[in-house]
Write a protein that binds this ligand. Structure first.
Ligand code: NAG
Ligand code: NAG
Ligand code: NAG
Ligand code: NAG
Length: 620
């Protein structure tokens, strides 16, 4: 029952230059309301009562002692004021006046509803017990699939950025949508039982966790993997402890923490829980993922292929030895390796006229050789200086490393930066099917197409494997990055998927080229791999599959959906790097399906490792 009144405030000390309305004796739930933005935003409230449930460096949190039974209205709220907590103790029942404020420090963030400029703070009584709400017991469990009613059922649907939560201000549906769930608990003191870390923390020790509630997408390592239409709103980030202690920065995916009690607060663009004190690891997860179990026969019967984004690799990069060790220890020196983000021989030095990456590639292959004795050859096509985006002066490009004793370029003819390679079908010897050739091998795909402005051009190549009668074809690519994306917890819905239009155009050009090969030889073996900068279930990848007929190797090899990830970002284990293959029902496809009766069972096993896949150890 509402008992508020509206009064003009002329003459009261609240008023600065303007008139503000004054609202008396609202409950905390009434101030919060059942939407994201308070209907009292900007107004002065007086005589708000609440129990002090936690204190932080810049304010306190109070909980109503006269709760309603509406699960959409939070019973707690943040009171912002540096000194408000100085004379208060957790367990005090207080009353205060203040201004209802919606706060954010970035236009893409959601707002935090708070009471600012607290005045007339009075202790009514002291020594009350403060009991946290156990999530999933005293509250519903967090929704596991959808974030917001404004996401059209799929957070990656297109178009994106069509609405802002703060403008639509929908009524909260906490059992359906993750953001609504956490908003309905804004300011509350909660306990997460049996939390598990789902990624390594950031440098401040902020760590994403999931509690003992139902969660979808759990992978074997303890993380939550994103899948089509399910981006894991049940996860929550644990922020800085309120008592000034620090969370560990060395925890990792799968670590078990002690129960966490803290305040639900929107901060730095995410709903988070500010723990009362630092989180503690009680049971660390086992060490990192095992190396690939794929074994090469060093022959066309079974080659190994890998893909690795080497992240701005220059000859003197401090991470070069680690990259070489990963290729040796985890990828087991595949016969053919697609790499991305290879910088030129002088790294990010700007405008020095150097675009060759021969020294960078030689430094990497030398390091691999000294660790393993394996000799790689390499090939790439230099970009035009400063034309392909990335770190200024670095001139990143894609390149291939290959074991020349096992695979070699088929009719090599290295193209230049502006040469567009074309697919040809030469007339074969009488009665024999000729194989398509590439006019430039390796060669760039339509380098002048505007789809590639300030981005990396894909590099196509035709190869001959030892013992093979026919060539196979590869496309190594690195599409435009997701820079400009907004957070899954952000105000903008569906969240902005940065450069998705560029990737759509790039998918079209890349796939159309592959389609040309397959039109000339429908049984050709084709592998497209690299950093697609997109999830396999989002528009550009769907378009790529539709035009090219290629399938994600994870799909072809029936890797469980939960195990399809190459890194963790925010709350999700996910994959932007992929290997796509052409599977054919006759002949011997790459990425064959193990239960395809035409597949050689023994080889199929090698292509279908237990839970790992040949492209893992791809990095963004
Ligand atoms: C959403 O908010 C952002 C930031 O204020 C603004 O740039 C954008 O135009 C808004 N979008 C819509 C659809 O109103
Ligand atoms: C590598 O060399 C470039 C100059 O060629 C220099 O700018 C850069 O700082 C060096 N990086 C490292 C890690 O030594
Ligand atoms: C880099 O190596 C390729 C052969 O792989 C060669 O054709 C090219 O001339 C080399 N570039 C430079 C600048 O030495
Ligand atoms: C792909 O590109 C072609 C050629 O520019 C264009 O006609 C076609 O509409 C594009 N398809 C899509 C789905 O963008």
């Amino acid at each position: 029952m509402r008992t508020s009144t509206f009064t003009a405030v002329a003459g009261l000390c609240w008023a600065s230059a303007t008139f503000q309305s004054l609202v008396a004796a609202l409950t905390v739930a009434e101030i919060n309301g059942n939407r994201f933005i308070s209907e009292y935003s900007g107004q002065i409230v007086t005589g708000v009562e609440g129990l002090v449930i936690a204190k932080g460096p810049n304010g306190i949190w109070i909980r109503s002692t006269t709760p309603d039974d509406d699960p959409t209205t939070s019973e707690a709220i943040y009171v912002f004021g540096n000194s408000v907590g100085s004379k208060l103790t957790v367990g005090d029942l207080i009353s205060l006046d203040g201004k209802v404020t919606e706060y954010r420090n970035n236009a893409n963030y959601m707002y935090l509803t708070e009471i600012s400029s607290p005045k007339n703070v009075k202790v009514v009584s002291s020594g009350h017990t403060v009991t946290p709400l156990v999530i999933g017991k005293d509250t519903p469990s967090p929704p596991t699939v959808q974030y917001s009613s404004l996401d059209s059922g799929d957070i990656y649907t297109l178009p994106n950025g069509v609405a802002n939560i703060s403008e639509v201000n929908p009524i909260l549906e906490p059992t359906k949508y993750g953001l609504d769930f956490w908003e309905s608990l804004s300011g509350e003191l909660v306990t997460i039982r049996k939390p598990i870390a789902i990624k390594t923390p950031n440098k401040y020790g902020d760590t994403w966790v999931v509690g003992d509630w139902t969660a979808t997408g759990r992978n074997k390592h303890g993380g939550l993997t994103m899948s089509e239409k399910d981006a894991n709103p049940e996860a929550i980030i644990i922020g800085s402890p309120l008592d000034g202690t620090s969370n560990p920065t060395t925890s990792k995916m799968g670590d078990q923490f002690d129960d966490i009690t803290g305040i639900v607060q929107h901060a730095y663009g995410f709903y988070s829980i500010l723990p009362l004190t630092a989180v503690k690891v009680t049971a660390p997860a086992s060490a990192s993922a095992p190396p690939t179990s794929l074994v090469s026969r060093h022959h066309c019967k079974a080659l190994t292929v890998g893909s690795y984004n080497v992240e701005n690799l220059a000859p003197n990069s401090t991470h070069l030895p680690q990259v070489a060790a990963h290729i040796v220890d985890y990828l087991k020196t595949p016969d053919l390796l697609f790499i991305q983000e290879v910088q030129d021989d002088t790294g990010p030095t700007n405008d020095d006229g150097i675009v060759s990456a021969n020294a960078t590639l030689a430094a990497l292959t030398d390091a691999i050789h000294s660790l393993s004795g394996v000799t790689y050859a390499f090939t790439d096509v230099e970009p035009l200086a400063n034309a392909d985006g990335g770190q200024p002066g670095g001139n990143i490009r894609v390149a291939y490393l290959y074991r020349p004793d096992i695979v070699s370029l088929y009719e090599p003819n290295r193209g230049g930066p502006e040469d567009a390679t074309q697919v040809n079908l030469p007339s074969g010897p009488k009665g024999k099917l000729a194989s398509p050739t590439l006019t430039f091998n390796p060669g760039r795909i339509e380098p002048a197409n505007p789809a590639w402005t300030a981005s990396r051009k894909p590099l196509a190549a035709a190869w001959k494997a030892k013992g093979a009668k026919r060539p196979f074809y590869t496309v190594n690519l690195h599409w435009s990055s997701k820079g400009g994306s907004t957070s899954l917890h952000g105000d903008v819905r569906p969240p902005m998927n940065g450069a998705v239009d560029a990737r759509m155009a790039q998918a079209n050009v890349t796939a159309t080229f592959i389609k040309q090969i397959l039109e000339l030889d429908p049984t050709a073996n084709v592998i497209a791999a690299g950093d697609f900068n997109e999830f396999s279930f989002v528009g550009p990848m769907k378009l790529f599959s539709e035009i090219s007929g290629m399938v994600d190797l994870d799909e072809a090899a029936k890797v469980p959906v939960e195990e399809r990830y190459t890194y963790a970002f925010d709350m999700n284990a996910q994959a932007l790097d992929h290997i796509y293959v052409r599977t054919v029902t006759s002949g011997r496809p790459y990425g064959m399906q193990p239960d395809d009766p035409s597949a050689d069972k023994e080889d199929a096993k090698e292509f279908n490792p237990d839970g790992t896949d040949p492209q893992n150890k791809n990095y963004m």
